[in-house]
Design a protein. Structure first.
Length: 259
């Protein structure tokens, strides 16, 4: 079995910032939005796809959904997703602090019966996860996929840039580490997005979308630089670098108090 480990992006700096600020109380002015869900499916299948009879329509909504307004975390075990996808567990969580947010979603032990005909086997993935974070004016995101076997749909390199596409033209497209920057500055990251492209090509399955592990983080404000502490005792000297905001035009390089 072919196994591919995919890692894209890093949240180290943002995660630290979010955790550092999580003990604060966010106000209406500095609240940062965040949301996550484990899986969703909205597809219309052609006759004979996954069933022996007529075509069918499946719309699951967003499963295991969490957000800044609650719940902070959610999970579902043994998810059939109407036969399109199977998963041992899906989960999501959102953590917010003063001026920051971090969101995560994951899906474990995944199979994709929906794509079996196109892939020549039932595709499987051991773990799918997505995360995003927003703090101090920066929004970043990443995805991880481990134990990937997509059959003839294509292979994934050990590392890839966002919005990697593979699949069968006219039938299905698989987007890995899909990242969409919205007009308001928020970032949506979906670890795995399956698009069914319609019913015209040979081997067509239907139309619609299946998304696994999806998170969204809104923009945050950049923190203003902090002023140095003022002198509190005799003989103390506070040095202000030339050009710093505290010096106005930069003409004053130091400030001293007399003892």
């Amino acid at each position: 079995m072919r196994t591919t480990l995919l890692r894209a992006g890093s949240l180290a700096g943002v995660t630290v910032a979010v955790l550092a600020g999580s003990t604060g109380v966010a106000t209406a002015d500095d609240a940062v939005t965040g949301s996550a869900y484990g899986a969703s499916a909205s597809v219309t299948l052609l006759p004979g796809v996954l069933t022996d009879g007529k075509g069918s329509t499946v719309d699951t909504g967003q499963l295991a959904k969490s957000g800044g307004a609650g719940p902070a975390e959610a999970s579902i075990a043994d998810v059939p997703l109407k036969g399109l996808v199977t998963a041992q567990a899906i989960s999501s969580s959102v953590v917010g602090g003063a001026g920051s947010v971090a969101a995560k979603a994951s899906v474990a032990e995944v199979t994709l019966p929906l794509l079996a005909a196109a892939a020549g086997r039932v595709p499987s993935i051991r773990l799918i996860s997505a995360r995003c974070g927003s703090a101090d004016g920066h929004v970043t995101g990443s995805s991880d996929l481990a134990g990937v076997n997509l059959g003839r749909l294509g292979t994934l390199p050990a590392a890839t840039s966002p919005n990697r596409k593979l699949g069968i033209p006219g039938v299905a497209e698989v987007i890995v580490n899909e990242q969409n920057q919205r007009y308001d500055g928020s970032l949506e990251v979906t670890a795995l997005h399956v698009k069914l492209l319609g019913g015209q090509a040979t081997g067509a399955l239907g139309s619609g979308d299946v998304k696994l592990a999806s998170v969204t983080c809104g923009p945050s404000k950049e923190r203003a630089p902090e002023a140095p502490p003022r002198p509190t005792g005799p003989g103390q000297v506070v040095v202000v670098p030339a050009g710093a905001p505290q010096t106005g035009d930069g003409s004053l390089a130091g400030l001293a108090t007399e003892g």
